[in-house]
Design a protein. Structure first.
Length: 279
């Protein structure tokens, strides 16, 4: 996979690149991931490799397995087989004596989850907590930060996503969908993860609010964040990503640089999917 590129396809330097252009380290690898729900196999051996600073967009029709794949990376869904490596640590899904999938070391899983942060389609903010409490809860309870440290970090990231001072005292129900999603992004950033996962982060928003969330995500990409994004926003996939994966019926049908995948698709299925979507 090549280095991250800007909207015109030029190499975009990131905080993970050095001046000599030395080979970037792998951040996340997924090997031969399978997932079944009953007899329905929704992921049929998917592999992915993300280097530091990569922005990978995953596209495909509803039911192609995009969100399930993302949830399996974070083990919110239990894969049936495969391996996931993050920061040099590998978790393999094995089988117990009854043939059921199992993870060998639950402590290792917990450590891996701390390095991954996920932004959900429907925000998943706690309605009974203020904005500040939503952002500080995990840094305090999981990372062990003091309340003062967590508060300072939360305010920093709320500013980073463009939310005005004073919003931290509000409850999610008093915010627009775009504001709620930006709080969710700040909450993910507050964990200072190695990789950020985005599950269709704009699909639940009113059209006029989509741009404010995409702007934040583009800024994160430009500063060198490693991001895996399930999206229907073809403009984001084309202009911000440096790699695009097209899923079809639980398999990778096509992948590569956005210019190749989105402008010059090889697969007939991908051509049909893109018809009318690119502007």
């Amino acid at each position: 996979m090549t280095g991250a590129r800007d909207a015109r396809g030029r190499h975009r330097s990131t905080k993970h690149d050095d001046d000599q252009g030395r080979r970037r380290m792998d951040k996340l690898t997924v090997d031969d991931l399978h997932k079944k729900f009953g007899d329905n196999e929704v992921l049929k051996g998917i592999s992915l490799r993300a280097k530091a600073g990569d922005v990978i967009s995953i596209i495909g029709s509803s039911g192609s397995g995009k969100s399930t794949f993302l949830r399996c990376i974070n083990f919110l869904e239990q894969p049936c087989s495969g391996a996931i490596t993050l920061g040099g640590e590998t978790i393999r899904v094995t089988r117990d004596r009854r043939g059921a999938p199992r993870i060998g070391d639950p402590k290792q899983l917990q450590l891996m989850r701390v390095k991954l942060a996920m932004v959900f389609q429907h925000f998943n903010l706690w309605a009974h907590m203020t904005v500040l409490e939503n952002v500080t809860e995990a840094p305090v309870s999981v990372l062990g930060l003091s309340r003062a440290e967590a508060d300072a970090r939360a305010r920093e990231y709320l500013r980073k996503v463009g939310l005005a001072p004073g919003v931290e005292a509000k409850y999610p129900s008093h915010l627009s969908g775009g504001q709620q999603q930006r709080v969710a992004i700040a909450r993910a950033l507050a964990m200072e993860p190695e990789v950020m996962l985005f599950d269709e982060p704009t699909s639940a928003l009113d059209p006029e609010l989509v741009g404010e969330v995409l702007k934040v995500m583009q800024a994160l990409a430009e500063e060198g964040r490693t991001m895996i994004v399930v999206t229907h926003e073809m403009g984001f996939a084309r202009n911000v990503s440096n790699h695009v994966i097209f899923l079809h019926q639980g398999r990778i049908e096509e992948e590569g640089h956005p210019q190749d995948v989105l402008v010059h698709p090889k697969s007939e299925r991908l051509s049909q999917f893109l018809s009318g979507r690119l502007k």
